[in-house]
Design a protein around this ligand. Structure first.
Ligand code: ATP
Ligand code: MG
Length: 496
């Protein structure tokens, strides 16, 4: 959380004339020093090392921004005028290890005493607008490099070893105003790399910043340029947006600026016109509220940010527009929207190159999000409760949260009744789980035992018998070996 204060301006009155005016307030200077210290002695040594080779080195981007915001930063990013080959020579013998996967993009990765550092050579050329991959040309001037960064708040640097703060584009003022502005014209910036349009909404959600009006305008006008950006790069920004403290804000901005139409077109399509009788709420608004409530419950129940849960909350009703039907008496129905929605979810997330398990987990949650609604006041049998838990499997906790979050009625009595009845099913699941370790449900006889009892060789009969016993196990709970054997014999007599 931001803990840095931004007193308006430094007073220069008492400052001796020969000291250059430091744009940083005392608090900010302390934050920068703390950043440099946290990377010490490594960054200091590296600064000295580069300087002894006549090369420049500076902390840059995320870590500088985050230090000034009082946020923790994951990476230590550095920038230099030395070309990658030269960086390799300079750090040879100093770094504990070096990796070069990013070397074609000008980045050399280093590890020193458990710290991970990335050193990237100054850029001087813009990205090639038509290509999917940036073309790299190296520069000699840090200000040129900073000009090519996405936002002014990401275009601040701290030179090492002297700890000199560099902010040619007013990033500090924008940080204070909580606004995302581009160092140059936003149109040129987005033309160079349209991914920055996604980065703008990601940072808005992550940092709680606003887009400067000209940035929002350019993003809106150029959103279709995202088509040339690889799905993987978009996915990475969308993931950070969804895991941010305020994913709703990011999604709303994506929709408002027409970005969602190119990234998650199913989401703006949930903006259904409300029927004349106001019989159902706007599905889009409802989905955003469910997302918000899921984020709250996730925290209340002691979890960290979870991508699968949050995507499921956002997408759980995407099948509604396609399945909407108007029936007599102005009734609106969405039959099987959970099934249609699960298949739409699968397609969209796969197209965005999300990992296979994320795709299938989110789709499973979407397909299950209505199951609880048959529960009523607790009418389900133990067998139905067992099936509910088993079908959710590892996703059960997320299904609990999703189902609870999926109640957006303003009617307090209704909401309280739903919460109570969900408390009830959670309690029953917990009791059953304790009683029989639900999550390890197996038939009471294994494959070998089945073969022995039926005197058969491995083959389809064993599979059939196994499924029969599993069904029986789910239906009745655990049985003794004798009971299971008897049941299997009875079944075999009838079915084989
Ligand atoms: P995070 O906390 O998510 O790592 P970050 O600001 O460090 O945020 P990165 O994606 O790690 O973001 O990028 C590091 C820095 O590189 C940014 O701060 C920014 O200066 C610059 N940068 C990254 N991607 C782009 C881009 N597409 N266009 C211009 N500059 C970029
Ligand atoms: Mg970073």
């Amino acid at each position: 959380m931001p803990n840095t204060e931004f007193p308006s301006e430094n007073t220069t009155a008492e400052r001796p004339k020969h000291v250059p005016r430091d744009p940083l307030t005392g608090v900010q200077r302390a934050a920068v020093t703390a950043l440099v210290d946290s990377a010490q002695p490594v960054s200091g040594q590296l600064g000295d090392l580069f300087s002894s080779h006549g090369r420049q080195l500076a902390l840059v981007g995320g870590p500088v921004r985050d230090a000034l915001l009082g946020r923790e930063s994951a990476d230590i990013d550095l920038t230099t005028d030395a070309v990658p080959q030269r960086v390799l020579e300079i750090v040879d013998g100093w770094a504990d290890s070096v990796w070069t996967v990013g070397i074609d993009f000008g980045t050399v990765g280093l590890r020193k005493r458990g710290l991970q550092l990335e050193v990237t050579t100054y850029r001087s050329e813009s990205y090639s607008p038509k290509s999917r991959k940036p073309e790299v040309a190296y520069g000699t001037d840090i200000e040129d490099d900073l000009l090519r960064r996405d936002f002014t708040v990401n275009a601040m640097a701290v030179r090492l070893p002297q700890v000199e703060f560099i902010d040619p584009f007013g990033g500090l003022a924008d940080l204070k105003a909580k606004v995302l502005r581009t160092p140059g014209r936003p149109e040129d910036s987005f033309d160079d790399d349209p991914l920055r349009i996604m980065r703008a909404v990601r940072f808005a959600a992550q940092l709680g910043f606003a887009l400067a009006p000209e940035v929002a305008e350019a993003a809106r006008n150029m959103a279709d340029r995202l088509a040339i950006v690889s799905a993987e790069r978009i996915r990475d920004e969308l993931t950070k947006l969804m895991l941010s403290p305020n994913p709703r804000r990011g999604i709303e901005l994506m929709v408002e600026l027409g970005i969602a139409g190119h990234v998650l077109p199913e989401v703006p399509r949930m903006q259904l016109e409300i029927d004349e009788h106001h019989r159902h709420k706007d599905v889009y608004e409802h989905s955003l509220t469910v997302l918000d409530q899921a984020v709250d419950l996730e925290r209340e129940r002691g979890h960290g940010p979870d991508l699968v849960l949050r995507l499921a909350a956002l997408l759980h009703d995407i099948g509604k527009p396609k399945t909407r039907a108007f029936e007599s008496g102005n009734r609106v129905t969405f039959h099987h929207h959970e099934v249609v929605g699960a298949s739409m979810t699968r397609k969209r997330l796969a197209a965005l190159r999300f990992p296979k398990d994320v795709v299938s987990d989110v789709a499973t949650l979407v397909s299950l999000h209505l199951r609880f609604h048959g529960y009523g006041k607790g009418e389900w049998t133990d067998s139905a409760v067992r099936r509910y838990a088993r079908d959710a499997g590892d996703l059960l906790e997320w299904l609990h949260i999703l189902t609870r979050a999926d109640c957006t009625t303003r009617n307090r009595r209704k909401a309280a009744a739903l919460a109570r009845s969900y408390d009830d099913i959670e309690r029953r699941i917990a009791e059953l789980a304790e009683q029989e370790e639900l999550d390890r449900i197996r038939p009471d006889l294994d494959g070998n035992e089945i073969q022995e009892v039926l005197a058969v060789k491995p083959g389809p009969v064993v599979g059939k018998a196994y499924r029969f016993l599993l069904e029986l196990r789910l239906e009745n709970g655990p049985m003794s070996k004798e009971e299971a054997t008897a049941a299997l014999r009875e079944w075999a007599a009838e079915h084989l």
